[in-house]
Design a protein around this ligand. Structure first.
Ligand code: NIG
Ligand code: FE
Length: 413
């Protein structure tokens, strides 16, 4: 083993969640052995093949972690991290009473960010995104999903995805990219949404595939976005090209987009405040993750809560994400989202921790390699100066993170 971490309290999340909210099964005096960026051993020191002092003595890289609590590295599975400008003016407008949908209809909202993003260079977008990313890293994030969707032309969508890929070249963060060309109808296609969808399907998706820039394709299925028929067309095209699919669905109304996406094989459907029972059943039947975005719920002062009880009852995995974006969730803190999921949606801190680790990994199709501390998985970990895992959801703003470990490399906070 190249690296051995000792003196850990391990929250592996290997076991399934338990009904009594005590499913953490913390391993005291734990050790993790790492080779080639992968976890080769995880367990208590007494069970370790390297436990005896002689074996550890003189080992090239033994790190005493001082009884830190260790979780899988956190995964933010839904962000719009790459964009230019901001929408503080719109925030002010909303405080005078104008609703989000009204602002969008008047050409503000997503379209105003589209204009700023089109004008920005790749380097400018990269620098802006890095600053936001630094906020997420402070909360122990080691994997992030980044969507396009503020370009809405072939060149500008690909520009955004190239920036996302470039962020993924950093050694301390892993990036999954999502093409969200069907985010809004661009001004050039005003009142011609079907034509725009054809442009997306015939030009943007194939180009993104050819250049290897997209892992997933996403849509905004909503009255101010696209219809279920239009979304279906996008999903069919994405699948034709071998890409995964996911959806912004049931955020402001119930159009049936979640059930459609689930039936077509989506790994996740996101927002879902207006999801009905049939929709929940469709998620359960297709093993689709329900991604909760409490930041957008909070920022838009929504009152319709996602159907948490039904999701629980049918054992639909729930993920939690920042949805970081300029219009509905300018909040670069995944722990704040965990806290909001508890306070607004009444999730337990254990559900929140699974929501930003193993269930978030599943939302990105990465559950076999990330999101738990298991032998054979990638050595992506977060080391915390806390006593209990519940503190991750409980406390805000205190820098509890000691370090993040990505593919076995240590990055101190
Ligand atoms: O996830 N719902 C659509 N898209 C974003 C908001 C984008 C924006 O307002 O800029 C969301 O909330
Ligand atoms: Fe979003």
């Amino acid at each position: 083993m190249e690296r051995v971490l000792t003196n850990l309290r391990l929250v592996t999340l290997s076991s399934e969640t338990s009904a009594d909210n005590n499913g953490y099964q913390i391993i005291e005096d734990g050790m993790v052995g790492i080779t080639n960026g992968k976890i080769m051993f995880v367990g208590s020191a007494s069970d370790s093949p390297l436990a005896c002092h002689n074996d550890l003595h003189g080992h090239p890289d033994v790190i005493d972690c001082g009884n830190a609590l260790v979780t899988p590295g956190l995964i933010d599975c839904h962000t719009h991290l790459v964009f230019a400008g901001n929408r503080a003016n719109e925030f002010e407008q909303r405080l005078t009473g104008m609703p989000y949908e009204e602002i969008a209809k008047r050409g503000g909202g997503i379209i105003s960010t589209v204009q700023a993003t089109r004008e920005a260079t790749e380097d400018e977008l990269y620098q802006l995104a890095i600053k936001r990313l630094n906020g997420l890293k402070r909360d122990g994030v080691t994997t992030i999903e980044i969507k396009s969707g503020y370009g809405l032309t072939l060149d500008d969508e690909l520009k955004m995805l190239r920036v996302a890929r470039r962020i993924g070249d950093m050694p301390d963060i892993k990036v999954s990219t999502t093409l969200l060309a069907a985010h809004a109808v661009p001004p050039e296609y005003k009142n011609r949404a079907d034509d725009y969808i054809e442009y997306v399907c015939q030009h943007i998706i194939p180009a993104a595939v050819e250049q290897g820039l997209a892992d997933y394709v996403d849509v905004f299925c909503e009255g101010i976005g696209f219809s279920t028929q239009q979304c279906q067309r996008v999903f069919e095209t994405a699948k034709h090209y071998g890409l995964g699919i996911k959806g912004h669905t049931e955020q402001l109304s119930n159009l049936g987009g979640s059930a459609l996406a689930a039936r077509m094989g989506a790994t996740s459907v996101d927002h879902i405040e207006y999801l009905d029972l049939d929709g929940v059943a469709a998620l359960a039947a297709n093993n689709t993750v329900a991604t909760l975005l409490p930041g957008a719920y909070y920022f838009l002062r929504e009152t319709q809560r996602p159907p948490i009880e039904h999701l629980r009852k049918l054992q639909v995995p729930m993920a939690i994400s920042t949805d970081f974006n300029p219009g509905t969730s300018p909040i670069a803190s995944l722990r704040t989202m965990m806290n909001m999921a508890c306070t607004f949606f009444r999730l337990t801190p254990e559900e929140c921790l699974r929501g930003v680790t193993c269930n978030a990994a599943q939302a990105l199709g990465l559950e076999a390699s990330r999101g738990k501390i298991n032998v054979g998985m990638e050595a992506d970990l977060a080391l915390w100066d806390i006593d209990t895992p519940a503190e991750l959801s409980y406390r805000l703003g205190v820098p509890d993170l000691i370090a993040r470990i990505v593919d076995g490399e240590i990055f101190y906070a």
